[in-house]
Design a protein around this ligand. Structure first.
Ligand code: F0G
Length: 372
């Protein structure tokens, strides 16, 4: 037996999560991601990015998956199942492997980023590519989980949001209080809901965004802040049901992670919007990709396309004044840029040149750049 050292967010926040004192955590050391202040982008506000791409499988899903798989293991589950645009399947596959369970993942054929598929493959998930989109997959896994002995680990599993709420705790701890505004990319709207639950608990305030409690839920843990932020959710124009006011039948966007037309947390997201006095907005694929590139070049942070929607929206709303000058703004960067190498590959031709392997050729190439 290895020595028991604290690892991951269940150990860190056991007093704020629905786990028993002795529940063994299925963990890969998720959470505790950096809150990075931007130095060049976002004036006249102070913008921070919460880089969730630095979780063990490269996305925020690990926060939810450690809780969902820990609970599944506690109840003796042998298998988990999810539908996914990629990141959930990567996290489910990894945490199931960790717990010695089988993962089944349904993904839209040809529409998930290559890195995410690689993860599901390497962690030994049974991968079913469906001739349909994420929303079709979601209906299927819900039906299957009712009939077969497999635990559903999409964010309709309440333990997922319980794990994901811890990101709000970390932000409050880092800043000493809640930010003025928190911006996230929105697909199913599970994560924006989870953050609102976390901020509400951190502030000791009630929210109607969830009714979840189980026998291990903690009663009134100490408040960490006296306020909650305005919550802003950004979608891709081709997949923006919250802007259309209704599900979108054929969602489409280059940001495949948020290519979702029928959000599972539809009602909760509207509660979050109302209670926080926040809003939803949409960005074109061009705006999303331009911000992804700017963040990588000007700040040194490489996130996946969907993640850049939060910053793209925030920068636009700061510029227009919708987010007031001087505000403290946190943007969640939900996943790492390495998840989706094909996006960067499209830039490679312009970014590289082929030369002879001689000192002269290298000096000539550098000289041209240094003179410029
Ligand atoms: N950003 C990334 C990188 C995601 O993978 C997702 C969701 C979101 C944002 C949206 O979060 O759904 O809670 O509003 N990805 C899911 C998946 C659907 O299957 O990996 P949400």
């Amino acid at each position: 037996m290895s020595k028991s050292i604290p690892l991951g967010l269940i150990d860190r926040y056991r007093d704020r999560l629905p786990v028993a004192d002795d529940t063994p955590a299925v963990t890969l050391g998720e959470g505790n991601t950096p809150l990075i202040p931007l130095q060049r982008l976002g004036h006249p506000c102070q913008v921070y990015v919460k880089f969730e791409g630095l979780n063990p499988t490269g996305s925020f899903k690990d926060r939810g998956m450690t809780m969902a798989v820990t609970r599944a293991a506690e109840l003796g589950a042998k298998a988990v199942i999810c539908a996914s645009t990629g990141n959930t399947s990567a996290a489910a596959a990894a945490y199931a492997a960790r717990a010695g369970m089988q993962a089944f993942v349904l993904i839209p054929e040809g529409k998930i980023a290559r890195g995410k598929l690689a993860q599901a493959v390497m962690h030994g998930a049974k991968i079913l590519q469906i001739r349909g989109n994420f929303d079709d997959g979601m209906s299927l896994v819900k039906a299957v989980a009712e009939q077969l002995p497999v635990t559903l680990v999409n964010s309709v599993n309440p333990y997922r949001l319980q794990g994901q709420k811890t990101a709000a705790f970390e932000i409050v701890e880092a800043l000493g209080q809640a930010p003025d505004v928190h911006c996230l990319p929105v697909g199913n709207a599970g994560n924006i809901t989870a953050h609102w639950i976390g901020y509400s608990e951190a502030a000791g305030q009630a929210t109607a965004a969830t009714s979840f409690r189980d026998e291990r839920s903690k009663h009134a843990p100490a408040a960490m802040t006296d306020r909650r932020p305005v919550m802003v959710g950004y979608q891709a124009t081709g997949s923006a049901p919250f802007m259309r006011g209704a599900p979108v039948a054929q969602p489409d966007t280059v940001a495949t992670a948020i290519r979702i037309g029928n959000p599972q947390s539809w009602d909760a997201a509207h509660v979050v919007q109302r209670e926080s006095a926040g809003w939803f907005d949409e960005l074109t694929d061009e705006e999303i990709l331009a911000t992804q590139a700017r963040l990588a070049r000007e700040e040194g942070v490489f996130c996946e396309p969907a993640s850049a929607a939060s910053l793209a929206g925030a920068l636009r709303d700061i510029e227009s004044g919708r987010i007031a000058a001087g505000s403290t703004v946190v943007c969640t960067l939900t996943g790492h840029g390495l998840k989706d190498p094909d996006i960067a590959a499209e830039h490679v031709a312009g970014a590289s040149q082929t030369i002879d392997a001689t000192l002269g050729a290298v000096e000539q190439a550098l000289g041209a750049s240094l003179d410029a």
